[in-house]
Design a protein around this ligand. Structure first.
Ligand code: BYC
Length: 316
């Protein structure tokens, strides 16, 4: 074992942060790039299902809140791409891999938002699941990722509250509105449980990621935490969760829940969900449409650089 490896292991053992200039094993770097890139892609693809409702939000206030939320998600993508860049990869390359289907994004964003209540269900369930998964990532061993997560989690908490408030309003509205909220929860519940990834005995990366202090809890532990949190919240909303097996288990001190449809999960992850093709096609088009902005920004930056060099020359 090299001295560098010994130092790295000691840092992890002492629960210290690894920073970009520190030596790290290639497998650690690669695994972080994989996870952070997937996370960044999820944030920007995640703008689409909700962006779909900006023009149809039921009031000016709702529209302003939703616009701010979708904009926050773009910001999260940017912090995360920046964190990935500290590991020696370029944002351009990561985006190319997303567009070519070589890097993943969260399965959840391949489901359609059919009604306004879906915006509420995404906030409550999808952002709720995201927070459950991401709070422990604030203690991830890689410094830039952990620090990005602190701000992201603060904003996600606001997102979760706004979703809950939309659902609470609908659930306590007319019978048709209540039904719309129930239908949205029925459709988003199971895909939200899938966000935590495969069951522990099927999770390829968990053991190593936990040994490196990247992940602090297993997929199943976080999924259970999420279910335990949602059940009492659903009761307050007056909505049911679509699982006949959901019940309190006093022995375990947790809610038991029914089996997850892993065939559906893997189908969606592998590109065959209800909206996969549409999500990628929209993303590629947005990237192409934005090319002139990137070109203009680069041209401006190089002009500024040339001007600064000239000024320096004159001063010398
Ligand atoms: N969808 O060994 P495993 C958000 C992949 S929230 C697609 O357990 P790991 C947002 C996994 O990548 C969503 N793929 O992996 C919220 C691996 O494939 P590869 C994003 C999934 O990394 C609201 C394979 O399955 N959050 O952004 O130990 C609004 C085996 O899995 C999924 C994050 O990314 C899935 N659900 O654990 C807007 C959080 N689950 O890489 C935006 C950070 C698993 O070998 N990421 N896979 O090809 C993590 O915490 C972990 O990466 C996961 C998976 C828990 C997701």
């Amino acid at each position: 074992m090299t001295d560098q490896q010994v130092d790295f292991d000691a840092m992890i053992e002492a629960d210290q942060r690894i920073e970009p200039r520190d030596w790290m094993p290639e497998a650690y770097r690669k695994s972080l790039v994989r996870q952070i890139a997937q996370h960044a892609h999820s944030e920007i693809i995640g703008m689409q299902p909700e962006g779909n409702w900006i023009t149809r939000a039921p009031s000016l206030k709702r529209k302003a809140i939703l616009m701010a939320k979708v904009q926050d998600e773009a910001g999260h993508g940017l912090y995360l791409y920046s964190a990935a860049e500290t590991l020696g990869v370029s944002r351009e390359d990561l985006l190319d891999q997303l567009h070519a289907g070589k890097q993943k994004y969260s399965s959840i964003f391949n489901y359609p938002t059919l009604t306004w209540a879906d915006v509420g269900a995404i906030g409550w369930l999808v952002d709720g699941a995201a927070i459950t998964n991401q709070i422990p990532l604030c203690r991830c061993s890689y410094g830039p990722y952990a620090r990005a997560m602190v701000r992201i989690c603060k904003e996600e908490s606001f997102h979760q509250r706004q979703g809950y408030e939309i659902l609470y309003t609908l659930a306590n509205g007319t019978p048709a509105q209540h039904q719309m909220a129930q239908d949205a929860v029925d459709r988003w519940w199971w895909p939200s449980l899938m966000m935590f990834g495969p069951a522990d005995d099927e999770s390829a990366h968990s053991a190593q990621s936990m040994a490196w202090n990247i992940k602090r809890h297993s997929n199943d532990e976080l999924r259970q935490r999420f279910v335990d949190m949602c059940v009492p919240q659903a009761e307050i909303l007056g909505l049911s969760l679509p699982d006949p097996d959901l019940r309190w288990n006093a022995e375990r001190g947790h809610y038991d829940f029914g089996p997850i449809d892993w065939d559906e999960f893997w189908r969606v992850v592998k590109g065959d969900g209800p909206c996969n093709r549409q999500r990628i096609a929209n993303r590629v088009k947005a990237h192409e449409d934005g090319r002139w902005v990137r070109d203009a920004a680069l041209a401006y930056a190089s002009k500024q650089r040339a001007r600064a060099a000239q000024t320096k020359e004159h001063a010398a």
